[in-house]
Design a protein around this ligand. Structure first.
Ligand SMILES: [Zn+2]
Length: 359
């Protein structure tokens, strides 16, 4: 990365209406078979171009290749029966019909690797790929086999590590694990949650990230947030452990949240992917609002370790709204970059527009 404050999105972007129902979370596909494969690739081409045009530095697939950030991964594993459904409470917040673990879980073949390779072919920019974390995976399933959340988490960590190594070989620069469950199950997170996450990242040369948030801007999550009081201190539980861990980047929700900004200081030394875009509001942030959030965070994170981002995924938004928010994210980051080191920025600008100008 040749500039400070490289921007990225956390996860999903809206899908085109020909691929899935717009403004609907986890909408079923509108295509099938070969048409679906081609449709996903077309959608991927579009989101790469949209991110690039709007100045996003680290490009991802915007989850165009998956219906759900957890179950699309799980449905490719042996040992999980998607016909046998059970209703469980997700992160203690809402009931959902989920598949059942009926035998030993195993990955018989790579899951997202072809998609990641396709993304790699579309851009020369750094690319990031998201996988679910072990603890969030077990929270999205009914276990009728292992009878131990911890044991199943270790099995998933092994599988995730296999997939992550294949993604790295396909050219992915940053592998992100989504662990919103870290903001809910503190005892398990401390006992084995962070350890299983580290197992999932073992031996990787690619950078690793963990994303912990308060969820999509859906009613179950906004209702839950309303019960959390005037200060959201959940990160205080996980950050000290993550600061000591081998994970490179910590991704958190910040803009318009009640997270005390000084909690960012608990992961001092790590890179911080900071949510400067609210995914629960349809109001587009101004670049100045984004810049204010970033400046605030810079009291607690070094400028070479701050990655401006979104609070979470933007799939429920209209495409125009999501893209407008991307533009504001880039513009806000640009304002702060220029304040921090105008000389460096001039140099970078010259090196991209005319290499000979600085020789
Ligand atoms: Zn999230």
């Amino acid at each position: 990365m040749n500039q400070i404050l490289p921007t990225s999105i956390v996860g999903s972007l809206p899908k085109p209406s020909w691929l899935a129902q717009p403004e609907t979370l986890w909408a079923p596909w509108r295509l099938q078979g070969d048409e679906l494969v081609e449709g996903k690739q077309d959608a991927l081409r579009i989101v790469v171009k949209e991110q690039s045009d709007r100045g996003i530095d680290i490009v991802s697939d915007g989850e165009q290749t998956r219906q759900h950030f957890v179950t699309t991964f799980i449905e490719h594993l042996d040992g999980v029966d998607f016909e046998q459904r059970a209703t469980v409470r997700i992160r203690d917040r809402y009931d959902a019909s989920v598949p059942t673990v009926v035998g030993d879980v195993r990955r018989s073949k790579p899951i997202f690797v072809d998609d990641a390779r396709f993304l790699r072919q579309q851009t020369d920019q750094p690319i990031k790929w998201a996988l679910p974390g072990p603890m969030t995976m077990i929270d999205t399933l009914y276990d009728g086999h292992y009878a131990s959340r911890e044991k199943l988490a270790w099995e998933f960590a092994t599988i995730l590590n296999q997939e992550a190594r294949d993604l790295e070989a396909a050219g992915v620069d940053i592998i992100q694990f989504d662990e919103p469950a870290f903001n809910v199950y503190f005892d398990e997170m401390k006992d084995w949650g962070v350890a299983t996450l580290e197992r999932a990242t073992a031996g990787l040369r690619a950078e690793t990230a963990v994303h912990i948030c308060y969820g999509y801007g859906i009613k179950a999550n906004t209702d839950w947030k309303a019960t959390l009081g005037s200060e959201w201190r959940q990160y205080e539980e996980s950050f000290p452990l993550l600061q000591q861990s081998s994970i490179d980047i910590i991704s958190l929700e910040c803009h318009n949240s009640r997270v005390p900004i000084d909690l960012v200081g608990l992961v001092r030394g790590k890179k911080v992917m900071l949510g400067a875009i609210d995914v629960a509001s349809e109001k587009v942030e101004t670049p100045e609002e984004v810049a204010a959030t970033l400046r605030n965070a810079l009291q607690f994170v070094d400028e070479d370790k701050l990655l401006p981002s979104t609070n979470c995924g933007m799939a429920p938004f209209s495409r125009d709204l999501a893209l407008a928010k991307l533009s504001s994210l880039s513009a806000g980051a640009r304002i702060v970059r220029e304040e921090l080191s105008p000389a460096t920025q001039t140099l970078n600008l010259n090196s991209t527009t005319s290499p000979s100008a600085i020789t």
